[in-house]
Design a protein around this ligand. Structure first.
Ligand code: NAP
Length: 302
């Protein structure tokens, strides 16, 4: 049987780069992003700027059965100060991927908890999005454009944590780990709630959605436990036998100069769990995924 051709966008990013290696076991994987990176081990990679109008160079290189659209401008402050770029990359790329891909192509769009306002605790698929900032609005418009496209689509709203393969990038977990290595104190919000899932666990669910697509267009795939950003940092430091004295409890209210970010970023994944007969991870499993990957890559975390 021929393997499905899968195109991953955002392949130099945290999710995309890790996803390519996971998908390669099952599918014929092609990937793209706006720049290359020295740690890249996979081939069939093409540098392509999704802000271009004409996607034919990408689709003459690969005619995918499935697209996993991970590319986005994820920096909330940058989006807030550069709305044109935010909408061009995060929203209109969806429309262009839909129009240039073949009519059977299944597009899986990685969306976010940021499409909801903080008034909603454990947001469900049936709740109405009401983003607080430009990043959330641009992802919501991406969802809308795909839903209007008449293509086979799956929108995954998630809240991911993990490690970057690309050394030019750094995420939340890496910031905590580095602060421990440099013995620097950091403040973690105790008034921001979220439901984190590791990128590798999300990757498993994406594989299952490619092999066995859902009937509905939107699903929430996140961790199953509500925690604060401080709880996450605490568990991560504990699992790595780090120094708790370097962690202090902070408040998002101290960060008034930044793009507005919801204090409740929690997603309910109950519907997905029931429909797919899976149990999505609690905090300890998510942190353990990070520990395993960190130790695989760097042998010893210190
Ligand atoms: N990280 C989170 O906390 C989080 C939470 C919920 C949802 N999400 C969603 O999950 C997805 C993956 O997030 P991530 O953290 O892996 O993102 P990331 O690390 O910031 O990576 C973003 C990727 O998008 C690419 N990209 C940006 N602009 C582009 C353009 N004009 N043309 C082509 N590629 C472009 C980047 O390429 P270059 O680096 O080469 O520019 C990079 O590969 C995103 O869609 C995001 O909205 C993320």
């Amino acid at each position: 049987m021929t393997r499905k051709k899968v195109l991953v966008t955002g392949a130099s990013g945290m999710l995309g780069a890790n996803l390519v290696s996971q998908l390669e076991v099952h599918f014929d994987v092609y990937s793209t992003s706006s720049s290359d990176f020295k740690e890249r081990k996979f081939d069939k990679f093409k540098v392509f700027d999704l802000n271009k109008e004409d996607y034919s160079p990408l689709f003459s290189w690969v005619d995918p059965d499935v697209i996993i659209h991970c590319a986005a401008i994820t920096n909330g402050n940058f989006c807030q100060n550069n709305p044109y770029e935010a909408f061009l990359t995060n929203s209109f790329s969806c429309e262009k991927l839909a129009s240039f891909s073949n009519k059977e192509c299944h597009i899986i769009y990685i969306s976010t908890d940021a499409v909801f306002s903080p008034d909603i605790h454990l947001a469900k698929e049936s709740d109405i999005p009401n983003p607080e900032n430009i990043y959330g609005k641009s992802k919501e418009l991406g969802e809308f454009l795909l839903q209007s496209s008449h293509k086979k689509i799956s929108i995954i709203r998630t809240t991911i944590v993990g490690l970057n393969l690309n050394s030019k990038k750094s995420g939340f977990a890496e910031w905590i780990i580095r602060s421990q290595q440099k013995e620097e104190k950091i403040n973690l919000f105790e008034d921001v709630l979220f439901t984190p899932i590791s990128i590798w666990r999300l990757g498993k669910e994406i594989i299952s959605l490619i092999q066995n697509p859902m009937n509905r267009k939107i699903c929430h795939i996140s961790g199953s436990e509500v925690v604060t950003k401080y709880d996450f940092g605490y568990e991560l430091v504990k699992s790595l036998n780090g120094n708790f004295d370097l962690l202090t409890k902070g408040s998002i209210r101290e960060f008034s100069g930044r793009a507005k970010r919801s204090t409740d970023q929690t997603l309910s994944c109950k519907k997905y769990e029931i429909e797919r007969s899976v149990k999505l991870p609690a905090l300890i499993e998510t942190v353990n995924d990070i520990k395993i990957k960190y130790n695989e890559r760097y042998k010893n975390w210190k």
